[in-house]
Ligand binder design. Structure first.
Ligand code: ARG
Length: 393
């Protein structure tokens, strides 16, 4: 029998996939759960469920450090967000796929399988990575057989597949954020119920007392909170915790999926909002006007590449070179205040600051104001010509 490696989460789709791969595709199934910071109980459950359904082997792969250092930190340097979404789910997909590819090579598997349906973004993200980095066949049983959710439940019941603990919503979680969609949230006018939030407090329940936090960046990446040095995963977790406590990072958007469908998604990304907001504030003081303008365009393109599953597109690496070079000066400290859902920048400083306090001051006498007259005389000369030539009246 040929081997197939299935990216496994113990959810309904991937649980059904195990049996389908065995029954309908006649393959030996090896499952792998790639840990990018989903709830620990989900990682543990994956191993139990996989064995219960009857796989020949199950792997748990801890990829949290790699996710933080090689993916999230790149996204921070690029201020990556897509239509207001900090890309938490999207960013983890290429890493998960690469871990599965590595395993497929090690196991000499013929194929790689995933549980995506034919409507979402993740099929694009998984498959483009798999095709760019291996020659394995790809099997997507749910999509292949055009299964609906109720058909899957039916199949699971008749094959003694343990159903996951009933979740009303479809939730995806990793250290960079939590995505919540489905059920009543499919009506874009229905408010996300308070009990569906898990990482963030409502502003009502957030502490009355504000919290002041100093985030230290080095070459564009966060390295310390209130002067305490932290490892990549820890600093992200701590920012999620602090931001969440103060009700930061609740996002409710209608986003444009790759295939063009509009979908409604809720996100809880307290750490991402906190870090990216502070990062932008630091950029304002160290980058030139030209760099900031260019970085905004770069950020947009970079974010689209991530969202669209094109992590392996060479342009992403080209942009990383540009971004890394620009970020060399994004070193310094940003002071923020968190209070009942509000995040305010209180201050920023950097050894590479371009801010000239003395020159911009109203009290400055050294820069002779009269010297500007020569420059201002021809400023906007084309607008003046246009007004004269075209608006004669
Ligand atoms: N819309 C987000 C994306 O495409 C998240 C998808 C997963 N969301 C979920 N609730 N399962 O990246």
């Amino acid at each position: 029998m040929e081997k197939v490696i299935l990216a496994f989460s113990s959810g309904l789709d991937t649980s059904v996939c195990i049996k389908l791969l065995q029954e309908k595709y006649n393959m030996e199934v090896i499952t792998a759960c790639v840990d990018v910071g989903q709830p620990e109980k989900e990682v543990k459950r994956s191993s139990q469920v996989a064995h219960k359904i009857g796989v020949s082997k199950h792997y748990t792969i801890d990829a949290k450090d790699e996710f933080a250092t090689d993916y999230i930190f790149k996204a921070i340097k690029a201020n990556a967000t897509y239509e207001g979404y900090p890309l938490s789910t999207a960013l983890a997909r290429p890493l998960i796929a690469m871990k599965i590819v590595e395993l497929a090579k090690k196991e000499g598997a013929l194929a790689i399988s995933h549980g995506c349906t034919g409507k979402g973004n993740d099929q694009f993200r998984f498959e483009s990575t798999i095709r760019s980095t291996s020659s394995c066949q790809i099997i997507a049983p749910i999509r292949d057989l055009n299964l609906t959710r109720s058909e899957e439940i039916e199949y699971a019941k008749s094959h003694c597949i343990p159903l996951p603990i009933f979740e009303l919503y479809s939730i995806d979680e990793n250290i960079w954020g939590r995505s919540i969609e489905g059920d009543i949230l499919e009506d874009p006018m229905v408010e996300m119920p308070e009990e569906a939030f898990n990482w963030t407090r409502s502003s009502n329940n957030a502490p009355d007392e504000a919290q002041i936090l100093e985030i230290k960046f080095e070459e564009g990446i966060p390295i310390a909170l209130n002067n305490k040095k932290l490892d990549p995963v820890d600093i992200i977790k701590e920012c999620n915790q602090i931001g969440g406590l103060h009700g930061i990072g609740r996002i409710d958007i209608i986003e444009d999926r790759i295939i063009g469908l509009k979908s409604r998604e809720n996100y809880e990304t307290p750490g991402a909002v906190l870090i990216i907001t502070a990062h932008k504030a630091l950029e304002q003081i160290v980058l030139t006007r030209e760099e900031i303008k260019f970085a905004e365009n770069t950020s947009q393109t970079y974010s689209e590449l991530i969202y669209n599953g094109l992590w392996h597109e060479p342009l992403r690496e080209d942009l990383d070179c540009l971004i890394d070079n620009m970020q060399k000066r994004v070193t310094g400290i940003v002071r923020v205040k968190l209070h009942k859902g509000n995040l305010r920048i209180l201050g920023r400083k950097s050894p590479f600051s371009l801010y000239q306090e003395q020159a911009v001051s109203f009290e400055d006498k050294e820069t002779d104001q009269r010297e500007i007259v020569g420059m201002i005389k021809n400023y906007g000369i084309q607008a003046a010509c246009y007004q004269k030539v075209c608006k004669k009246d």
